[in-house]
Design a protein around this ligand. Structure first.
Ligand SMILES: Nc1ncnc2c1ncn2[C@@H]1O[C@H](COP(=O)(O)OP(=O)(O)O)[C@@H](O)[C@H]1O
Ligand SMILES: [Mg+2]
Length: 242
């Protein structure tokens, strides 16, 4: 079982879209038993995959009070893909983890699920605090989406250095260019400077995920963005196999 986190200090960079699409790729393309764990109180991934869940405070109870995650996990319409949904009780997740003083809480919870799943994908809230510390201890790989620019590359390097300094031997942190528009000079320049960085193109098809309640691969599998996600997923699998 491998835990893969989609994390960034910033909001609105494509974390949730990428997390849902990678979870779909793991389940639908690789036929792996996959759990998407929505850690963001905004519950966007939960909305995409399981519309209509009532607001509650159980997501927090899983972390805080040993409510068994299995009690909250739901199947999605995608075979082999389950969801551990978020709710508004996760809005103060950083504060919760600080108070909790159990530094490996995410790791322990995912270990408890390892017999049921081949992959656990974490959709993280934005921020750099005790949640990202938990993720550094709990994930085998961290993907950090960023919209290409000189400033976001600087910010990426800073966050990566900060995290790796505090977590020697922590997981690799892999940048992913997100919402890429090749017509834009800044995007082309950033891509030229980091030619090995995976690229997810800007595509209106991605924006439709929340209205369609579906992963991109379900309704536009041949779109360039879906192909980019599938290619990234294969690269992740290869990296995990090493
Ligand atoms: N590759 C993309 N192309 C076009 N729109 C995108 C893409 N990725 C994300 N978006 C849109 O950008 C917004 C923020 O994306 P989201 O995945 O929710 O980011 P985050 O989880 O980092 O806040 C959403 O409206 C989403 O539909
Ligand atoms: Mg999100």
């Amino acid at each position: 079982m491998a835990t893969i986190a989609v994390y960034s200090m910033k909001g609105g960079v494509g974390k949730t879209s990428l997390a849902v699409n990678l979870a779909w790729a793991a389940a639908a393309l690789s036929k792996r038993r996959t759990l998407l764990w929505d850690l963001d109180g905004q519950a966007a991934a939960s909305f995409i995959l399981a519309d209509g869940r009532k607001a509650g405070d159980e997501a927090r109870a899983v972390i805080e009070k040993d409510l068994a995650p299995e009690r909250l996990i739901v199947k999605t319409h995608i075979p082999l893909l389950d969801l551990l949904p978020a709710d508004a009780s996760l809005h103060q997740l950083d504060a919760l983890f600080s108070e909790l003083d159990r530094k490996k809480r995410i790791l322990r919870l995912t270990e408890g699920l390892q017999r049921s799943y081949d992959h656990i994908i974490l959709d993280c809230p934005p921020g750099l605090g005790s949640t990202s510390e938990q993720v550094m201890r709990g994930a085998a790989l961290i993907l950090m989406p960023m919209i290409p620019s000189t400033l976001s590359q600087r910010a990426f390097a800073e966050v990566r250095d900060h995290l790796t300094r505090h977590h020697k031997g922590g997981p690799p942190i892999i940048p992913v260019f997100s919402m890429v528009d090749r017509r834009r000079l800044a995007h082309r320049k950033a891509m030229a400077e980091a030619p090995d960085c995976p690229v997810i193109p800007m595509a209106s098809a991605v924006e439709q995920m929340a209205d369609r309640h579906a992963a991109l691969g379900e309704y536009a599998p041949k779109s360039p963005a879906a192909i980019a996600v599938a290619t990234l997923w294969r690269a992740i699998e290869e990296r995990l196999a090493r």
